[in-house]
Design a protein around this ligand. Structure first.
Ligand code: NAI
Length: 419
């Protein structure tokens, strides 16, 4: 079996952490139990490019229980948990190609190793696998793909652009479009783990700090509400008037970045866009400003510009790089501007990844069942699967809800009844 991980001796520690996550993934456990019996994925080759974490390990073990043949590489050079990667190789016998801190060349070599197994289904977090499949020389491999699945907002944006330009060669399921994914993973998962990453990197006191949230989408809303919960004064920067209005009525101050940079102590970018914090912004920041990114790619902070403006650069803590500008002002970049929740913390808690990865597991089964029937393009999973995941999650949490009475159902389907 081919693999490339840091150190197989880390497997024991990885196994303990994978088991810890498993305890908080009851929906995925139910799916795994059924997959073990029914083997709905028998012999299906699945190529995965995901953050190699304990939660992903649980997804891999669920797909394997269903009979899938797997290969896994990282969807970010800094997000790999080397112990989880080692445990997947030693105990689960999955070909993992991921080493935390790998350089760009190795990152793409690892993607190529996953593609070398000619996947019939792809699972991406950011669309790097699908994008590589559409690159030069991979046309043959793309032709063998039944369909793909995409985990995150940025990946879905890239795939929709490919579909619109008519270059996408197979159907893709946008897992991020499931309500049981973005409403929980992006909001509460990113919300909590981004704050966790910032705190682990800096040991900063949130209470009394001015925290600037750039982008008030699902992720931004989550970080803003968690930061406020810890006593921070939150400022929001947006480009969409409706989102800006929502932030305002949620009780946050809203202003352009040019103004926010004069006030902020901590900045977090979560836009999925590039160049959010640039040269003109660094120039106006306070001494000691802390900047983190939790959007998918490391393009939201213009680090090249910051580097050019700086006279000195040094690592002052594990995930904190201090840039000293020519006027002596210091700016701190966390986790090299990469996803801070994965670079400096452990990513989303298992309890929320349970729902995201239940969507992935059932999505793979859905593709197998509907092989050849899905039209080209980017689609959401059927709503019945989304609702079923929510139902199972509530059940696992011991929460019961009401059901509509027949009179209520009739009333809701009626238009002639008034007061
Ligand atoms: P979203 O589409 O709900 O929100 C993005 C927001 O950024 C939008 O409201 C948009 O108007 C705003 N925006 C775009 N350009 C801007 C600019 N120049 N200035 C200010 N605001 C701007 O997307 P979502 O789901 O919140 O995802 C955001 C990013 O986070 C994506 O890259 C996504 O892939 C990533 N993500 C990261 C996770 C993590 O673990 N850190 C988890 C889930 C998603």
């Amino acid at each position: 079996m081919d693999y490339d991980v840091k150190d197989l001796n880390l497997a024991k520690q990885g196994r303990l952490r994978i088991e810890w996550a498993e305890k908080n993934m009851p929906v995925l456990r139910l799916i795994r139990a059924r997959f073990t019996k029914e083997k709905p994925l028998r012999g299906v080759r699945v190529g995965c490019c995901l953050h190699v974490t304990t939660e992903t390990a649980n997804l891999m073990e669920t797909l394997k229980a269903g009979g899938a043949e797997l290969r896994l590489c990282a969807s970010n050079p800094l997000s790999t948990q080397d112990d989880s990667a080692a445990a997947l190789v030693t105990d689960t016998k999955i070909g993992v190609f991921a080493v935390r801190g790998e350089d760009n060349k190795t990152y793409y070599k690892h993607i190529a190793s996953v593609l070398a197994n000619n996947p019939q289904i792809t699972i991406d977090d950011g669309a790097d696998l699908v994008s590589a499949l559409h690159g030069n020389g991979n046309g043959g491999a793309a032709a063998g793909v039944w369909a793909g699945l995409e985990e995150t907002t940025t990946g879905v944006i890239r795939l929709r652009a490919m579909a619109q330009q008519g270059v996408l060669r197979f159907p893709v399921i946008a897992i991020n479009d499931s309500q049981t994914k973005h409403m929980f993973d992006n909001r509460y998962g990113t919300g909590q783990s981004t704050v966790d990453g910032i705190l682990r990197a800096t040991n900063h006191l949130m209470a009394g700090s001015k925290v600037v949230i750039c982008g008030y989408g699902w992720c931004g809303r989550g970080v803003a509400s968690r930061a406020r919960g810890m006593g921070a004064e939150v400022i929001v920067c947006e480009v969409e008037p409706i989102k800006a209005l929502e932030a305002l009525m949620d009780g946050f101050r809203v202003m352009p970045m040019a103004q926010a940079v004069r006030e902020g102590d901590v900045f977090v970018t979560l836009t999925g866009n590039l160049g959010i914090i640039r040269q003109e912004h660094f120039l106006k920041m306070k001494d000691g400003a802390v900047i983190a990114n939790s959007g998918h790619f490391n393009v939201e902070i213009d680090l090249d510009a910051l580097d050019q403006m700086s006279s000195k650069r040094r690592l002052v803590r594990r995930d904190v790089e201090e840039y000293t500008l020519k006027d002596g002002k210091r700016i701190h970049i966390l986790g090299e501007g990469r996803l801070i929740n994965l670079a400096a913390a452990e990513g989303h808690p298992a309890m929320v990844m349970d729902m995201s990865f239940a969507n992935q597991a059932l999505g793979v089964e859905y593709i197998v069942k509907n092989r050849g029937k899905l039209p080209l393009g980017v689609h959401a999973l059927p709503e019945r699967i989304d609702r079923e995941i929510a139902r199972l999650k509530l059940k696992s949490m011991g929460v019961k809800i009401d059901t509509l009475t027949s009179a209520q159902k009739k009333y809701l389907a009626e238009w002639t009844m008034g007061t």
